[in-house]
Design a protein around this ligand. Sequence first.
Ligand SMILES: [Zn+2]
Length: 416
Amino acid sequence: MRIETMLNKCQKFKSFIYKNVRLGWHDGNECIEAEIIPRKNSRAICSGCGKPASLYDKLNVRWFEFVPLWGFRVFFVYQMRRVNCKKCGVLVEAVPWASGKYNLTKTYMKFLADWAKKLSWLETARSFKTSWRKVYDSVRFVVDFGLRNRDVSQVKSIGVDEIAIQTGHKYLTVVYQIDPCCIRLLWVGKDRTVKTMLRFFRAFGNPWAEQLKHICSDMWKPYLKVIKKKAPQALHILDRFHIMANINKAIDKVRAAEQRKLEEDGYEPVLKKSRWCLLKRRENLTKKQAIKLKDLLAYNLKSIKAYLLKEELNLFWEYISPYWAEKFLDVWCTKVMRSKIEPMKKMAKSLRKHKPLILNWFKAKKAFSSGIVEGLNNKAKLATKKAYGFKSYKCAEIALYHQLGKLPEPLMAHRF
Ligand SMILES: [Zn+2]
């Protein structure tokens, strides 16, 4: 059996044929070269309009990398033609196996991108003896295709979230669709400013924004401002995950300050290694952490008071009636305001200020569990890590779309 036969099985073209498959050399290594020529009487396709056009001239031979075989790199070797199109003028022809200036075939890019979903980009590059850059190009190709071909017309509910990237205060804003029928990433933008949010709404258009029914977000002011302006008809919900995450930040501040003070005053450092005891949900603690927490509760510390207040606030989310939930929240905020714990008081103030948006969660019949947003947030963090070393914002963006966008993919006749 000849390799041509196999190639025709997995990658056949209507207007081209494999003329000759041979061993060749590339970058000092032996490789497989498959020479391609146009089928007789077939016409070249204009890359501008996609229509057949008359031949103008021939260009140099180009190499297109295909899926490797038995450890050998495989190349399609083809002499590109130029066409003289009535509509577009003189242009290079379009070939079915490649796209634009990419030197990798579409099939190979799809192949690499599939692996880059499972492995890190670097691991993918190493596994297939290619470069990180080529894996990046491949993922980008697949993502661009998906973004062009996806349908976002049925989106009714979105969640807005932020993720910190690298160290320092660099953020990405991510917008998810959180309808029960489809949970996926819709959009990624740099920073978390008013401008970021405006760019999102501009990208999707006003008519689209007007059909939104629910929007979940955290209390970040720029988000609140733009959402109110651009989608005033949507029920805006400040979700549990974000609020509890903010409470945890407050507790962490209390604990860090108190630990410092205890040390300065020469007391026993009881708060050391207590961070996760105070931040985790009680039922999620390890046995050791649970014992530590029990010990801590015996002390009359601000951190402990803050912790107990948080535990109490967890009950808030169990309410069914918005009316009783509101009553509970009022009592809780009053209690916190009397606690003399500054970071917690700040939280209570902001909860009071945003009370209507928080209570919207009950109005939406708790349809948007904190689990959805939290789960997506964790997956997003993982996705940006997998793309390492992603050096730029663009890499993080592409990695996120690739992993979480549920994008349509270019159809391939054969699965490798
Ligand atoms: Zn044309």
